[in-house]
Design a protein around this ligand. Structure first.
Ligand code: ATP
Length: 144
């Protein structure tokens, strides 16, 4: 049983971060449209994810054909290519997606994403490092 989601969610980029995010949303009973340009990634995830599509997310028309313009929330999980990430956010803005979450790999990258129109910018590696530091310090205090 899938939860009725107000508008639907897509995750773009099935690297380690995007794939794990998609898995977690599925585990929480949210249906996700996962998109990657790499046919091998699409093939790999098609067995585990309900909806997987192969497309270059910088191509606005390709996203429109997949129905992305009708979704309420889209996460851009592309990390390595700043260009692909920024052009994807631009395409999503052009399509009128109301809630765009985008992954940044540097401060400059995050500023561009926000300037182009991403509502939420996330730093998964920085946040994981910060959490681990707190965890280590807490554990150290436990043993004082
Ligand atoms: P992670 O750290 O999550 O493993 P990464 O930084 O190693 O990611 P990236 O190069 O950011 O890897 O790519 C993440 C995924 O995004 C890859 O599966 C890649 O095929 C996909 N991707 C990259 N560019 C595009 C694009 N233009 N359209 C669709 N998917 C893309």
């Amino acid at each position: 049983d899938r939860k009725p989601d107000s508008g639907g969610i897509a995750v773009i980029g099935l690297g380690r971060f995007g794939a794990r995010l998609t898995d977690s949303l599925n585990a929480l009973n949210y249906q996700v449209l996962a998109i990657d340009r790499d046919p091998q990634k699409v093939q790999k995830w098609s067995a585990r994810v309900d909806q997987v599509a192969q497309a270059d997310s910088t191509d606005e028309d390709a996203l429109r054909q997949l129905g992305v313009a009708d979704l309420n929330r889209v996460v851009v999980a592309i990390g390595a290519s700043v260009e692909a990430s920024v052009l994807t956010v631009l395409a999503l803005v052009e399509l009128g997606v109301p809630q765009i979450w985008a992954r940044a790999t540097s401060v400059q990258h995050s500023k561009i994403l926000a300037a182009v129109g991403a509502q939420h910018v996330i730093f998964p590696e920085a946040e994981a490092g910060e959490r681990l530091a707190h965890l280590i310090v807490t554990r150290l205090l436990d043993f004082v």
